[in-house]
Ligand binder design. Structure first.
Ligand SMILES: C[S@@+](CC[C@H](N)C(=O)[O-])C[C@H]1O[C@@H](n2cnc3c(N)ncnc32)[C@H](O)[C@@H]1O
Length: 296
């Protein structure tokens, strides 16, 4: 396993300032990734603190454990939707804080073998969890046209969803589409080649990744169970990278605030500083929302 992969944790200092209210508290890192946020948080926490770290990606989880190398981290190869059960099993009444840094890590994106990359050819995979039987190749080669149209429209926000779905159907009739490069070419043809800075297949890849990992359903599930994760007085922070995710978080946080049992810590989304975006392009689309469960 390569040790060279990097993933710079986004808005780490701001999140730590807002989330770590008890230096010896219990925290949930729902998306451990390469352990960037957790390592930073632990550097600010006391000896009794605990972080329960979750990731669906076993490879990332192993790397995170090696990098963080701290007994205060308890790592789980599981979805963050399992956080309530794991807290319960440990006899903990809830967490003082939880972070959900949604989407994929630079390690997953930049590693062609994981099949997320438009620029580097690799197998058409895109699964966070390799035990998940639904890869992007299965969707592209087996799903009916109407389903392809649906995900391209709803998850990719693609205006050309019908044209693209048709092009995929035609291409797969010739031969299965098995690599990211082949799929990128199919999309490029529809758009008449590459134009501008953003690759024309960006939205198609986003749609497939979301469908393959059931990303929006999972976010909705965890947002509905925040009351089983965060204890009174504790906080939840969510970092999103596109409008579909952010809309879900915004709406759910609004409902929670209206219930009178939660308080929005920030009314407007917090964005990364100009300096951070300059150093880490991935930070440019990040939006942070934080909510607090009121102590009754
Ligand atoms: C943006 S990265 C997190 C990076 C991490 N904060 C860091 O600083 O290294 C998102 C991670 O969440 C994981 N992930 C996505 N959906 C998940 C889910 N439902 N449960 C657990 N992990 C998930 C992905 O596998 C990926 O490793």
């Amino acid at each position: 396993m390569s040790e060279n992969w990097t993933h710079i944790p986004i808005m780490a200092a701001q999140i730590a300032d807002l989330l770590l209210t008890d230096p010896n508290g219990v925290y949930v890192d729902g998306t451990l990734g390469l352990g960037g946020h957790t390592k930073f948080f632990l550097s600010r926490l006391g000896p009794q603190a605990r972080i329960l770290g979750f990731d669906k990606d076993e490879e990332a989880l192993k790397m995170a454990q090696e990098r963080v190398n701290d007994p205060r981290l308890l790592a789980f190869h599981a979805s963050y939707t399992q956080a309530p059960q794991e807290l319960k099993k440990l006899g903990l009444p809830g967490a003082d804080g939880a972070l959900f840094d949604l989407g994929l890590s630079s390690y997953q994106l930049d590693n062609p073998a994981r099949g997320f990359s438009i620029l580097h050819d690799g197998p058409l995979d895109m699964r966070f969890d390799r035990q998940n039987p639904l890869s992007a190749a299965v969707i592209v080669n087996e799903w009916p046209m109407a389903e392809l149209e649906r995900i391209l429209r709803d998850y990719g926000e693609e205006r050309n969803f019908t044209k693209l779905a048709l092009a995929i159907m035609q291409a797969r009739r010739q031969a299965p589409i098995t690599t990211t490069g082949q799929l990128a070419q199919v999309v490029e043809k529809v758009y008449g080649g590459k134009r501008g800075k953003t690759h024309p297949a960006t939205q198609t890849f986003q749609a497939l990744r979301i469908a393959c990992n059931r990303e929006l359903e999972t976010v909705e599930t965890v947002l509905l169970s925040l009351g089983d994760i965060i204890k009174p007085g504790g906080r939840a922070a969510v970092l999103t990278f596109h409008s579909l995710e952010d809309r879900l978080v915004k709406n759910r946080f609004k409902e929670l605030a209206q219930s009178g049992q939660w308080l929005l810590v920030n009314k407007h989304t917090i964005l990364a500083s100009y300096e951070e975006v300059r150093q880490n392009r991935r930070a440019r689309s990040a939006k942070l929302r934080v909510i607090e469960r009121i102590k009754l």
